[in-house]
Design a protein around this ligand. Structure first.
Ligand code: RM4
Ligand code: MN
Ligand code: MN
Length: 386
């Protein structure tokens, strides 16, 4: 691929950032307030818009309802548009209420299942109102002890509930079904893996696709193979990017294992599938600043994708067909080892942003301005509202 074609492909990569990545968040043990962190939906959207201005490639922001609930979604949409971004995926929150102790859409109590269903319908309506085409569903449903509930019964409730959610989707709206192998359920999780999510999506129809959160797999899982299979089955809807060391750590994507991120993006590049996929970040920044961490994450995804586009697919195919194991591996690895910083600098020049957007944020006085405007707060953060 020549440089013009490479730059065109790279310029098409759009990354959605999450509102909840801009507020204060923490572990079970403590939330450390970050000076100037966003305190409400409007401020979170404003931060996402700042990230877009500095990177030129993050034109949308995902919302979590009710963390980002407002009285007037038309006004919120206008606010976002005035800031230069649009509202992206709407994430129903089916874990932040006392009722959900035994689950939401899989709860044994029909009244609670209906409450969860109503919330999903409300999120679909919100998505329509703000002009979004994605509802992104993660269920915290599961059990803690063998015998606590009937596993087949829970699966039956899951599919019946999701069929109701699916029936409420307007044409053109997609339901992305996320999976996670454990937590908060420690014995069973109702959508534990990509296979379950894929089965459920198949059952629902074309508007349902799988969402791969890169932090939601057991240690050592070959995530890029999951991506390859879902792509082959046309079931890959999008990503929640973050990185993990041990479990669902929600660390900056590419910070622990940039090679894994490269391998994932290479599957996308090889299938030429970027335009059909929602690239979203799902991170919580607990001990670091939020905005520069988000920008750094965006840059890591661009770096991985740039390297992925450099894989010499023709030579690789030849080596594979010839059974040249090491030769094939070296071709892949050569792309990973390439320094793509000059290429990305040219991309950013074209996008009209700094060649180092993290430095542009850090040296541009933005942090100090936000502290001046918002002060230090620990009372209205997303996670604390739980
Ligand atoms: C979950 C999952 C969801 C996210 C919540 C906050 O682990 O990743 O996508 O919305 O955390
Ligand atoms: Mn996620
Ligand atoms: Mn997660």
């Amino acid at each position: 691929m020549d440089e013009t074609a490479l730059l065109r492909q790279l310029a098409q990569l759009e990354i959605e950032t999450p509102s909840w990545g801009y507020g204060n968040s923490g572990t079970r043990f403590h939330v450390y307030p970050w000076p100037g962190a966003a305190r409400n939906a409007h401020e979170r959207i404003a931060d996402a818009a700042l990230v877009h201005r500095l990177t030129g490639c993050c034109p949308s922001v995902a919302l979590h309802i009710p963390w980002d609930a407002v009285a007037d979604y038309g006004e919120l949409r206008q606010f976002a548009e005035a800031q230069g971004v649009r509202i992206g995926a709407i994430n129903p929150n089916l874990f932040g209420a006392d009722d959900y102790r035994l689950g939401s859409l899989c709860n044994p109590d029909k009244r609670i299942r209906l409450r969860a269903l109503d919330h999903c319908r409300e999120c679909i309506a919100i998505a329509s109102e703000v002009g979004s085409t994605i509802v992104s569903l993660w269920l915290a449903d599961g059990t803690n002890y063998p015998g606590q509930d009937d596993l087949r019964g829970r699966y039956a409730r899951l599919t019946a509930s999701l069929e109701e959610v699916y029936a409420a989707l307007p044409p053109g709206m997609r339901l992305l079904v996320e999976y996670k192998f454990f937590e908060p359920g420690f014995y069973s999780t109702d959508i534990a893996d990509w296979g379950t999510a894929a089965l459920v999506c198949r059952r629902l129809g074309d508007q349902a696709q799988v969402l791969v959160d890169t932090g939601h797999h057991p240690q050592g899982t070959n995530v890029e193979q999951i991506v390859a299979l879902l792509l082959a089955e046309r079931l890959l809807g999008g990503f929640h990017f973050n990185n993990r060391k041990y479990a669902d750590d929600d660390l900056i994507v590419g910070s622990i294992d940039p090679f894994e991120l490269f391998r994932i993006m290479r599957e996308i590049a090889a299938a030429d599938a970027a335009r059909d996929i929602a690239f979203m970040i799902d991170q919580s920044h607990n001990v670091e600043g939020k905005i520069d961490a988000m920008i750094h994450s965006v840059m890591n995804i661009q770096t991985a994708y740039a390297k992925a586009l450099l894989v010499d697919e023709a030579r690789l195919e030849e080596a594979q067909a010839a059974g040249d194991v090491l030769g094939a591996h070296r071709i892949l690895f050569q792309a990973f080892e390439t320094d793509v910083r000059p290429l990305l600098a040219r991309l950013r020049e074209q996008l009209g942003v700094s060649e180092d957007p993290v430095a542009a944020f850090r040296e541009g006085g933005y942090g100090a301005a936000l502290v001046h405007e918002r002060g230090i707060t620990s009372s209205e953060s997303a996670y604390e509202q739980l």
